[in-house]
Design a protein around this ligand. Structure first.
Ligand code: HEM
Ligand code: HEM
Length: 124
């Protein structure tokens, strides 16, 4: 799971930095928030989770570990696509707002699960 998170994190880094370079070169910073959260939720948090699994949580394939991974992934994808549509003015914010809320809650549940996993694995 540590490697899976690491590979995922680097994928978001490539996407986020590509968007950053696009924003810088076109001088169009409208997707600033999308870029920031693609990198901070997608790259930074996934990388932190990779470190957690490497150092403090049993690197197994248990249901809880998989659930933790997929909640963070689904939440991140909802946030990235939602922010992109909202800041690009492709969708009304009152429609996408609740969807972004759901994505945020999935990300919150994933971090709560990670805290539970770290506490449960106090002998790793
Ligand atoms: C080659 C790489 C990168 C380029 C070209 C780039 C480009 C940009 C640009 C053009 C902005 C908009 C600035 C503005 O309108 O205020 C921005 C904002 C931002 N970037 Fe990047 N970026 C890069 C890498 C990163 C990385 C690696 C991270 C985080 C891990 C990051 C985090 C942020 C954040 C948090 C903001 C929002 C700052 C704010 O609104 O105060 N960027 N970036
Ligand atoms: C589900 C989780 C998150 C939610 C719902 C959220 C929400 C928000 C909102 C509403 C803003 C203001 C955007 C605006 O300027 O209009 C913001 C900005 C920001 N957030 Fe988050 N955030 C989340 C996760 C994170 C994480 C994990 C980090 C850092 C590791 C982070 C760092 C930042 C930074 C640096 C800004 C200012 C940059 C910008 O304006 O783009 N956020 N966030």
């Amino acid at each position: 799971m540590d490697r899976r998170y690491l590979v995922t994190a680097l994928g978001y880094a490539i996407l986020g930095i590509s968007l950053g370079i696009y924003m810088a070169s076109t001088k169009n910073h409208i997707q600033n928030v999308t870029h920031a959260h693609m990198l901070l939720i997608g790259f930074v948090i996934s990388f932190v989770y990779a470190v957690c699994y490497k150092l403090w949580v049993a690197n197994d394939n248990s249901k809880l570990v998989n659930l933790q991974y997929w909640l963070h992934q689904v939440g991140t994808i909802i946030i990235i696509v939602g922010l992109y549509l909202m800041y690009g003015n492709h969708i009304a914010s009152n429609i996408i707002g609740p969807v972004l809320g759901v994505g945020s809650i999935l990300i919150l549940i994933a971090i709560i699960l990670m805290k539970i996993l770290v506490i449960k694995n106090n002998n790793v």
